[in-house]
Design a protein. Structure first.
Lengths: 110, 114
């Protein structure tokens, strides 16, 4: 069973702080990794994708990938209350299918 | 582009009833997927399709059927609805490039079986 693990949270951070969300995966053959944001009652929205070891930055978001440690993370700088949502980590384990974690709930307080 | 659209948004079924959840995408994506999401849980893959006429089972296919007669449409059929099928159903699509698989989701259908 290919697994993706996330801490369910909630992760509480004050406005303006850095939020750090983590994800581990079990399949060493995984090729691509994604972070989705899901507001309550809404569908998942793709916010970051990463395919190579290292960091990838997009605005306030930075995704970090360490394939040796089978670890993906998402950093959100200058967190805003509007960032409060559940963040889903997803891993492409091959065969055009994604395996999703259960998500980490982030709460950003004003 | 409307992206991925789903109908209906909400539905209440009685045990034993059947229904079809509709999914349409206008991005000319080859790949389409059906997921269910139970409260506080991640997404579980029900069925997927890599092109018109080709479908395959995902992690939780029991109680569901799919068909893919066109690139745009990927309906999900529930036969003999059961309370365990109460969930939010999401359709997604993607265009595979190399090993990438960025999936884009529809707004979801919230189904309750009583």
């Amino acid at each position: 069973q290919k697994e993706v693990e996330q801490n369910s949270g909630p992760l509480s951070v004050p406005e303006g702080a850095i939020a750090s969300l983590n994800c581990t995966y079990s399949d060493r053959g995984s090729q691509s990794f994604f972070w989705y944001r899901q507001y309550s009652g809404k569908s998942p929205e793709l916010i970051m994708s990463i395919y190579s070891n290292g960091d990838k930055e997009d605005g306030r978001f930075t995704a970090q990938l360490n394939k040796a440690s089978q670890y993906v993370s998402l950093l959100i700088r200058d967190s805003q209350p509007s960032d409060s949502a559940t963040y889903l980590c997803a891993v492409n384990t091959g065969f055009q299918k994604l395996v999703f974690g259960t998500g980490t709930r982030l709460l950003v307080s004003p | 582009n409307a992206g991925v659209t789903q109908t209906p948004k909400f539905r209440i079924l009685k045990i034993g009833q059947s229904m079809t959840l509709q999914c349409t995408q206008d991005m000319n994506h080859n790949y389409m997927y059906w997921y269910r999401q139970d409260p506080g849980m991640g997404l579980k893959l029900i069925y997927y399709s890599v092109g018109a006429g080709i479908t395959d089972k995902g992690e939780v296919p029991n109680g569901y059927n799919v068909s893919r007669s066109t690139t745009e449409d990927f309906p999900l059929r529930l036969e003999l609805a059961a309370p365990s099928q109460t969930s939010v159903y999401f359709c997604a699509s993607s265009e595979l490039t190399s090993s990438y698989n960025e999936q884009f989701f529809g707004p979801g259908t919230r189904l309750t079986v009583l």
